[in-house]
Design a protein around this ligand. Structure first.
Ligand SMILES: [Zn+2]
Length: 256
């Protein structure tokens, strides 16, 4: 189990990272000598790495096939965390997912609160949960909706896709907070971005059995049993919120 930072340590790290980035930009502009620039670059990298090394893991979902919890690194404190910022996203250390895990997507509802991000753009998704019909049309694919209250008052909705059989990586899509993704194809690293259609009308997908959910607030993240007849109401159906991907930076939010 690796050591994780506290909220205060996180905020200090992010502030120190901003200062270090400012110093680096200023030094590069005035063409400081290479030794100083290298020292500033190293400090910038060190702080960024410290954020990722201390980012806590938490349960975000559960596999509907083998019942293993999906534990992943996640920043629940706010969109100012590097987790949410595409260009600053490294791969954090996290437990291996079950073999059925395909991709994690998500949404974040701001709950009417002001947008609050960091200095780099964050791509938290739309405000309401949704599915990608193209993914759910792949053989053996199931999506699971869940909900995480964030410490800043927002609500995050992880939407995890699990598959058996696992489709080719090129058939998957860019994960939550990213606008593109890379994968290995015939030994080569390939890169792509998918222009996905999002469907916010969840009921038909639930009825067809390819969309499952975990009740908000369930500490054990248990998947709700397939609805009997009449169907159990799904708490994620018909949620309000902007149904377009948002970009959040500093105090602003706009459609991506
Ligand atoms: Zn599994």
């Amino acid at each position: 189990m690796r050591a994780t930072w506290t909220k205060e340590q996180r905020d200090q790290l992010l502030r120190a990272f901003e200062k270090a980035s400012d110093a680096l930009v200023a030094a590069a502009r005035t063409r400081e000598d290479e030794v100083l620039l290298n020292a500033l670059r190293n400090e910038d990298d060190r702080l960024q790495q410290a954020y990722w090394d201390g980012l806590p893991c938490q349960t975000l979902s559960r596999c509907p096939r083998c019942d293993q919890a999906l534990d992943k690194a996640f920043d629940p404190w706010g969109l100012d965390g590097l987790f949410w910022q595409e260009n600053l996203s490294l791969r954090p250390a996290e437990p291996a997912p079950c073999p059925h895990f395909a991709v994690l997507l998500g949404a974040v509802h701001l709950n009417g609160l002001p947008p609050k991000g960091g200095r780099a753009e964050a791509h938290p998704g739309p405000e309401a949960p949704y599915v990608v019909p193209r993914l759910l049309a792949l053989p053996g694919m199931t999506a699971v909706l869940s909900s995480i209250p964030m410490a800043n008052g927002y609500t995050a909705y992880p939407i995890a896709y699990f598959a058996d059989p696992m489709p080719k990586p090129s058939l998957l899509t860019q994960p939550w907070t990213k606008r593109s993704f890379s994968f290995e194809s015939e030994g080569e690293l390939a890169w792509t971005e998918k222009n996905e259609t999002w469907d916010f009308d969840l009921e038909p997908w639930i009825a067809s059995g390819v969309l499952r959910w975990i009740a908000p607030g369930d500490p054990d993240f248990r998947i709700v049993a397939p609805p009997a007849s009449p169907p159990a109401p799904c708490p994620y159906v018909g949620l309000p919120g902007r149904r377009i991907g948002l970009t959040v930076k500093k105090d602003s939010a706009w459609p991506k």
